[in-house]
Design a protein. Structure first.
Length: 303
């Protein structure tokens, strides 16, 4: 997990052609990931998985993931089939960002049951168990749990490398689950998890991984930052250390921030959530910020 990777999060608006253009720019500029936000209850957005399938068919190298998938609205056995199919048809370029659920009024309005936070977390744990079972080609999965029941379903192997599960965990219990059972942590944007909680959250996750007998370094840490790359913007020393304000800095400021996150915390992947999504922001992040961070990290590792 030591190799640095960079990506961008896109909103699946009704303007599919615009999303396609942005995805093409992200791949051409050298980014490794595209996240597609998942809000099935929002009529102004297209279904995230349909958009991901469309973008996978139109790209060759870049990897895609839902940022993050709403498990209460997507039964895990069906979600496992969707994930394995997207992985197979793309040659292993799909990973599964996954969440226990939020916006419960909206979720309930679509017919799913409302769950308390502890219930949602237990359901997430069950869902991961079911999905991992269904990603083994020789499996026959039977599961009679508190929230999900699956009977005699055969497994289906994903594409090369399998499907990584990245949980969008916020609280201590969901972070502990991530440490025990997930391949990565898609750190929620700061409006959900303020910057000052990132270091502690990483430690909770790492401790749970070690207690489960795992190497904490094997769990991908994905920092997601909302902001704008703007020439001439001041770069205060307190940038992204507390609160939830968007990051607004020039290229040098972004390089300094991401280098700090990569050295002071175990983040190895950085996903930009542009305040205004356009081709220039994607190119600046891919062609100037990412190489700058890689260079700084190379200098540091050589010392």
């Amino acid at each position: 997990m030591s190799e640095l990777r960079f990506g961008v999060s896109l909103i699946p608006t009704l303007d599919l052609e615009a999303t396609r253009r942005l995805a093409a720019v992200a791949e051409q500029a050298g980014l490794e990931y595209i996240g597609v936000q998942d809000h099935p209850y929002a009529r102004r957005y297209l279904d995230a998985f349909v958009v991901i399938g469309d973008l996978l068919a139109r790209t060759e190298r870049i990897q895609l993931f839902p940022d993050v998938a709403n498990l209460p609205l997507r039964p895990p056995a069906v979600l496992a089939r969707t994930a394995s199919a997207l992985s197979r048809v793309s040659g292993g370029r799909f990973h599964l960002g996954l969440g226990a659920g939020g916006y419960w009024d909206a979720i309930e309005s679509m017919g799913a049951p409302r769950r308390t936070p502890p219930e949602a977390l237990r359901a997430l744990d069950e869902g991961i168990t079911i999905m991992r079972g269904l990603w083994r080609a020789d499996a026959r999965v039977d599961h009679d749990g508190e929230f999900y029941r699956v009977r005699g379903i055969g497994g289906q192997e994903p594409g090369p490398g399998g499907v990584e599960i990245w949980i969008g965990a916020q609280g201590p219990r969901s972070l502990a689950l991530t440490g025990r059972a997930a391949d990565g942590w898609a750190a929620p944007i700061p409006s959900y998890l303020p910057y000052e909680r990132w270091a502690e959250s990483n430690e909770v996750l790492s401790r749970a991984a070690r207690e489960a007998g795992r190497d904490a370094a094997d769990i991908r840490r994905v920092a997601q930052l909302v902001g704008t790359i703007a020439a001439g913007s001041p770069t205060p020393s307190s940038l992204a250390q507390s609160g939830a304000d968007p990051v607004r800095a020039d290229v040098a400021g972004w390089v300094e921030l991401l280098t700090r996150l990569a050295t002071e915390q175990p983040f190895t992947t950085f996903v930009l959530w542009p305040e205004q999504v356009d081709e220039q922001q994607i190119r600046l992040f891919a062609e100037e910020v990412a190489p700058g961070v890689r260079e700084r990290m190379g200098e540091r590792s050589a010392v």
